[in-house]
Design a protein. Structure first.
Length: 115
């Protein structure tokens, strides 16, 4: 059973930085297309950024130049470095793993950005 556990969410001032982590267990993260999604209060869950098994990344326009996704296959983990945070980045951030038609989700970690 694949399990994802996010960590690193916190309260931070606008302009600050945070690094989120997603630990994968039950399978090798290197096989998976990994992504970070977020869901703000009253809004739908949206894709923030993703990384393929070969390392190709893609990001939403709203976070380009500020957020960076990376993976460490040796640690079976994926990370989200978030810089220059804005109040509109406030949301629960979820880690997602996709492989061979199976999709797995973590429980999320809360990021709150105060203006």
């Amino acid at each position: 059973q694949v399990q994802l556990v996010e960590s690193g969410g916190d309260l931070v001032q606008a302009g600050g930085s945070l690094r989120l982590s997603c630990a994968v267990s039950g399978s090798s993260a290197s096989l998976y297309h990994m992504a970070w999604y977020r869901q703000a209060p009253g809004k739908q869950r949206e894709l923030v950024t993703s990384i393929t098994s070969s390392g190709t990344t893609n990001s939403a326009d709203s976070v380009k130049g500020r957020f960076t996704i990376s993976r460490d296959n040796a640690k079976n983990s994926v990370y989200l470095q978030m810089n220059n945070l804005k109040a509109e980045d406030t949301a629960v951030y979820y880690c997602n793993a996709d492989y061979m038609g199976n999709s797995y989700w973590g429980r999320g970690t809360l990021v709150t950005v105060s203006s």
